[in-house]
Design a protein around this ligand. Structure first.
Ligand code: 5GP
Ligand code: ZN
Length: 135
C-alpha cells in the first residue's frame, strides 16, 4: 500500500519518531505549526477514525495520553486535532492525531468561525439521522 505513514512506521521513509509501543508511533510533523508538533498514529492502517474499533482506539489513546503529558510539561497548552476525509482537511489517509503544543504569544487562534446560523430543524434532522444509523 502506498501510504507515507505506513512507510514511516516500517522505517521505509524518514521521520523523527520519538515514541513507539506495540500499537502506535509518534513523530514530528514535517510541516509543523509549532515546535514539537507531533503526529500520533496507529501502526495498523485505518483511513479514518470510524474504521477503528474500541480496543484499537483505546491502545492509540494510551500513546496520545503519554505524549500529551510530556507536551503539557513543556508547553503552555496544546491543541489536539484529528481530521477525517478531504472535506475535513485530511491530506494523509492514515488515521493520525495532531498534538500541537501551544506557547503563549504564538499568535494562533482557532480557525473556525462560529457564525453559522444552525436552525433547530437542521439539528433535529441531524439527530434523527444519527438515531437511524445506530451508533
Ligand atoms: P492532515 O492534513 O492529513 O490532518 O495532516 C497530515 C500531516 O502530515 C500534515 O501536517 C503534514 O505536514 C504531515 N506530513 C505529511 N507527510 C509527511 C511526512 O512524510 N513526514 C512527516 N513527518 N509529516 C508528514
Ligand atoms: Zn497507512
Amino acid at each position: 500500500m502506498d501510504c507515507i505513514f505506513c512507510k514511516i512506521m516500517k522505517g521505509e521513509a524518514p521521520a523523527d519518531i520519538y515514541y513507539e509501543d506495540d500499537h502506535a508511533i509518534a513523530f514530528l510533523d514535517a510541516n509543523p505549526a509549532n515546535v514539537g508538533h507531533t503526529l500520533v498514529i496507529p501502526k495498523k492502517h485505518f483511513e479514518t477514525i470510524d474504521k477503528m474499533n474500541k480496543i484499537e482506539l483505546d491502545k492509540l489513546s494510551e500513546a496520545i495520553l503519554k505524549i500529551s503529558k510530556g507536551i503539557m510539561t513543556i508547553a503552555d497548552g496544546m491543541n489536539i486535532i484529528q481530521n477525517n476525509k478531504e472535506v475535513a482537511g485530511q491530506a494523509v489517509p492514515h488515521v493520525h492525531f495532531h498534538l500541537v503544543p501551544r506557547y503563549k504569544g504564538d499568535g494562533y487562534s482557532l480557525g473556525w468561525k462560529r457564525e453559522k446560523k444552525i436552525t433547530k430543524k437542521e439539528n433535529n434532522e441531524f439527530l434523527k439521522k444519527l438515531k437511524e444509523v445506530k451508533i
